[in-house]
Design a protein around this ligand. Sequence first.
Ligand SMILES: Nc1ncnc2c1ncn2[C@@H]1O[C@H](COP(=O)(O)OP(=O)(O)OP(=O)(O)O)[C@@H](O)[C@H]1O
Length: 303
Amino acid sequence: MSVDDTTTAAAEVLRSVEHVPGAAKPNPLVVADHVTRKFGGMTAVDVDHLEVQEGVITALIGPNGAGKTTLFNLLTGFDRPNTGEWSFQGRSLSGKSGAAVAKAGMVRTFQLTKALSRLTVLQNMLLASPSNPGEKLALSWLPFLWKKHEAETTAKAMEILARFKLDTKAADYAGSLSGGQRKLLEMARALMTDPTIIMLDEPMAGVNPALVQSLLGHVQALRDEGMTVLFVEHDMHAVRHISDWVVVMAEGRIVAEGPPGSVMKDQAVVDAYLGAHHDTDLGDDALLDPEVLARLEAEEEKR
Ligand SMILES: Nc1ncnc2c1ncn2[C@@H]1O[C@H](COP(=O)(O)OP(=O)(O)OP(=O)(O)O)[C@@H](O)[C@H]1O
């Protein structure tokens, strides 16, 4: 199947889905109900119902402070809700730890912390491996098995790094990478766990416009290989060209859902963004360079 065929397939499967908040999907991988999270008297998240379709790219957008990151943290076990439950592949994940969620196949990216910046690119990859030998006491007692395991994990890490053209940087400190390369490393780290769904935290933030296309291409390639992608972004610009489906949050709630083209015209979305940033132009493509934009628009025409 060519990339264009799968792009059409991803869009096609969502064609019958209603453009309303909480819309039911044909094959929901993640289903969340009545999820709330309060900080003091402020309700950061109040999501009545959300379904994330399998095998497509879903963008979770909304103005600053809309509750996107908090919802992301809740679903991935890095925060606890006041109420609510959610399931992944039909199994309840509410109340499970971040490690248990990741083990189930729902894996999120993390921004490179100061500590990780001081490790090499390869060390970052090995740390992300689910069966990190340091944690496997049995392996550490058996040097032969340990060596074999280490060699296999390193080979897998190098293969993933090559995919992102980071293999030549394996011995460099992660802190020396550019903004775009850091985002690629974050994605590469998540892939060490062979996820079913990869959840990306602001994948475009701090990325040089010239690298945005390469990043978008990698995200689409993951989808075309059958992975489900959910990403958080507060910027509408690049979302429009990459996502198959957009979920919009404002003040903790989901205010709109739909394909990118229709969501951008939705009055609730315009109001939410304009309420937060008076100068926001939802159609502004300043993030992309003109050549990239022309190619993306040509691809969209074909959909
Ligand atoms: N740990 C916390 N303690 C107190 N308030 C918090 C905490 N985390 C988030 N909030 C508040 O909850 C609201 C939602 O924040 P959140 O970071 O989820 O929004 P967001 O949509 O991800 O915004 P951004 O695009 O700016 O990252 C904000 O008003 C924020 O100040």
